[in-house]
Design a protein around this ligand. Structure first.
Ligand code: CO
Length: 506
């Protein structure tokens, strides 16, 4: 091996990876366009184009060429010469390669078709509130995921094979401890809250709010917390989302409700949190496949940090309330900022996960985790899901859905084959509370900063500790480096107790 040959090979590899990121950017832009107003007539054709490009990406990540790069650059005498970024790129490519390559091509195709049909069946089942229409599809989706888990391999629980994909390093063994600790604290706290006579008045939040003014408020808030409009934009879509084409082009969408100010506002801050992360990733990671958030859980920790920890806090509204009053004198002239703060933090068990408050949301996630883990391990059967679902709702939230449409059929995830994804949402809340604890120690005047609209020190802290690293660090490395701790529910439990005991005076 000559001195130059490994360098030439590395250069070639990087060009190859860059080409993959370019395809991904094109696919991302097409998805964004589909969901933000592409003409209906062109949609079927567009989906086909996305399919073709995705197929190319799949081929490139599983090609013999890729295998050759990985093998060559992983030789000890080559690897020791590589810089950190190249080494992590190879690790990432190897992971994707092995994961995809292990599944036979025909099996993969079969699964893609199944999930596509399954989503359609789910939509109809949900509309008719008829679980039996969806049941055979879900049975197959579970069977496929069981088979995939065996092919990919795992230690301990079979569910670990799926968890590893969304939250590398997280396991059932850890999650069982974290989630049961959380559940054991939230369920009794919820009961105390429901028994409290000091309930916030929320009626004033339901009335017409001019959409143009809502847009103004959202723009002001996002700009203030550090969303860079020269490197991003906001549009409207049916379901709010954030997509990052590259660090300089990060797009969020929002949905407005004429009679509800808070839905559009807080979902925009949520997506804005995802966007701040993507916009602040190190420039060195462009075109490497590492220039994106490190995991679902860490990503969600950022959207939830900005939406809930900051966005639903009293100091935040002490700063923004005058703007809100100015835009909407009715009703806010008649309401003070403390009353507003209490109203936007109302705890109210609901059937629907995406409508849940900051506290009960986690119970929705924990029950989904328990159910999908049990399904994967054959401890329960798909046919029994509706009954088991309702039992858990009764036990954790004290309410029972009247039909499967607002029960077991409410989420798209299982129909799309997303098994192992739900825990990320609550892990996000848990991480966010851990980051908050450290941030408060390191930024002594944390609350004053927020109350005076100085969000930049927060963004700098998050960029230093989380954002800039992209995928260079694993979720647990980020958490450990930033906070000195592993994932642990205690911070979040303390945070919830402090916040909601204050609001409900218990
Ligand atoms: Co999110």
């Amino acid at each position: 091996m000559t001195v130059n040959s490994w360098e030439a090979k590395l250069k070639e590899f990087k060009e190859y990876v860059k080409r993959i990121t370019h395809y991904n950017e094109a696919i991302g832009l097409m998805y964004w366009d589909l969901r933000t107003g592409a003409p209906k007539k062109g949609m079927a054709q567009r989906s086909e184009v996305i399919g073709t490009l995705s197929g190319e990406v799949f081929k490139m990540t599983t090609s013999e060429q890729m295998e050759e790069y990985i093998q060559y650059l992983s030789q000890p005498e080559v690897e020791e010469k590589l810089d950190d970024i190249s080494r992590t790129m190879i690790k990432e490519c190897r992971k994707e390669y092995e994961r995809s390559k292990k599944i036979p091509q025909e099996k993969y195709q079969e699964y893609i078709i199944l999930t596509s049909n399954s989503e359609n069946a789910w939509e109809e089942a949900k509309e008719q509130s008829n679980f039996d229409l969806f049941r055979p599809y879900l049975e197959k989706v579970i069977a496929f995921n069981q088979e995939f888990s065996e092919i990919w391999g795992y230690e301990g629980n079979r569910y670990n094979a799926l968890l590893e994909y969304y939250e590398p390093g997280m396991t059932v063994e850890k999650l069982d401890v974290i989630f049961s600790q959380l559940k054991d604290n939230i369920v009794p706290l919820l009961k105390e809250i429901m028994d409290s006579p000091n309930r916030p008045e929320t009626g004033f939040l339901q009335q017409p709010f001019d959409i143009e003014k809502q847009k103004k408020m959202i723009r002001l808030v996002l700009e203030s917390i550090g969303f860079d409009f020269s490197g991003g934009r906001i549009d409207q879509s049916v379901h709010p989302f954030c997509t990052s084409l590259n660090y300089g082009d990060v797009r969020v969408t929002t949905k407005f409700y004429e009679n509800d100010l808070t839905m559009g506002l807080f979902s925009s801050i949520h997506e804005g949190g995802h966007a701040l992360y993507e916009q602040s990733i190190s420039r060195d990671l462009v075109g490497t496949l590492l220039g994106t958030g490190t995991s679902m859980g860490i990503h969600e920790s950022q959207s939830r940090f900005w939406e809930n920890v900051v966005g639903r806090s009293l100091p935040f509204w002490k700063f923004f309330y005058p703007n809100l009053v100015q835009l909407f004198p009715t009703p806010f002239n008649e309401v003070n900022v403390e009353e507003f703060y209490r109203a936007i933090n109302e705890v109210k068990p609901s059937m629907i996960r995406i409508e849940a408050d900051e506290l009960t949301y986690n119970l929705h996630i924990i029950m989904r985790y328990e159910l999908e883990k049990a399904l994967l391990n054959n401890e329960i059967q798909v046919k029994d899901l509706p009954v088991l679902w309702n039992d858990k709702m009764r036990e954790y939230l004290g309410i029972v859905p009247e039909n499967d449409s607002e029960g077991v059929l409410q989420d798209v995830h299982w129909s799309a084959g997303l098994i192992g994804y739900f825990p990320s949402y609550t892990l996000g809340n848990i991480y966010a509370a851990q980051f908050l604890q450290t941030m408060k120690k390191e930024l002594e005047n944390y609350e004053d900063l927020i109350a005076s609209g100085q969000f930049n020190p927060l963004k700098i802290w998050l960029t230093q500790n989380i954002y800039r690293h992209g995928k260079m660090l694993t979720p647990s490395e980020i958490l450990l480096q930033a906070t000195g701790e592993e994932a642990d529910a205690s911070c979040f439990i303390n945070y919830l107790n402090e916040k909601f005991r204050g609001i409900y005076q218990i």
